[in-house]
Design a protein around this ligand. Sequence first.
Ligand code: FE2
Length: 385
Amino acid sequence: MKNSNLITLLNPPTLVFGENSLNQFIHDFKTLGLKRLFIMSIDTLEDQLSSGIQELTAFGVKVKICNTLKAEPTFAEFEVILEEARSYRADSVAGIGGGSVMDTAKLVAAQLLNTQSTEEITGIRKLAERKTYLACIPTTAGTGSEVSPNALFVNAEGNKVGVISPYLVPDAAYIDPVLTLSVPTHITAATGIDALSHCLEAYTNKFAHPIVDVFALEGVRLVAQNLKRACDNGDDLEAKTSIALGSMYGGMCLGPVNTAAAHALAYPLGTDFHIAHGLSVSLMLPAVMEYCVSAAPERYAEVALALGAEPQASAMETARKGILLLKELIRDCGLPHSLSDLGIPEDAIESMATDAMKVQRLLKNSVREITRDDAVDIYHSAFNS
Ligand SMILES: [Fe+2]
């Protein structure tokens, strides 16, 4: 947490935020001279995308839409989609959807003309290049993938792994809160807590940095103030716009600082029990905060204030108030709040802890060291909360 730590910020060169910015993407794309656009998306967006695609087609751009991705992608699923994009001879890629869609689009654009295998590019800065234009347009407010260098996949061993590379920062991101209006409430809730967690885990991170702190605290504040409202009324554009902004700030935290233990411990819930990423994080975040708070009470107290807490007699008391407020927010948004609620067997905790220990790229960011035994305790705490 030193101001002098070296930090590199890599955001998309074009970043458009605001109502109907999807239209701006269509307009901007026409100026690029590209002719074969491969769009990763989901079928429920067909209506919202149709007029833009008609406009591109009328302009002479060929568009192929791939809607086949159903959940968090495996590398095997990715390879099938990549082959589809290659045989289509795409010259540009857009990801219009949630985190899984955008992560897949990012890697398709990178691998289209690259000869490295997925094993070779897994990890940090292993990817050699990306020669294909890439735009990302989020339709959920949570992942932040549209501005981050990260793409996450399930590998052949069933573990969630990251391809982290500056080449995965899109050429352009268009964040259009209107696209998030049709998102079901439980997805708004879970992805919103995910966005909040990106900010919170960056602010309380061992490698926190003053530049990223600004995004992180404001992101916590925006999501905390608006998520219940956005869940109560899915058509509340003002609340959804604030969440979309918080999500973008969360994405800006991911590259330079990244998340920490709550994400590391959430991954086995996704790979072993197919629990969606945002919900997995929401289930683990309070228990991880309770474990970590003693290592950085002042930082957690700042987070608590951003979550809406009144200052208490000590930083630790303020910090603990923040954890209570976060738990309240999770309940108020209608999300399940314990592993037992989801029917996860308690005897799975040992193997989940073993798997979580493999996510050292995030565990190293934790302000308090986490051993396998500590992870077991944290899972038990999340099981009974
Ligand atoms: Fe996340």
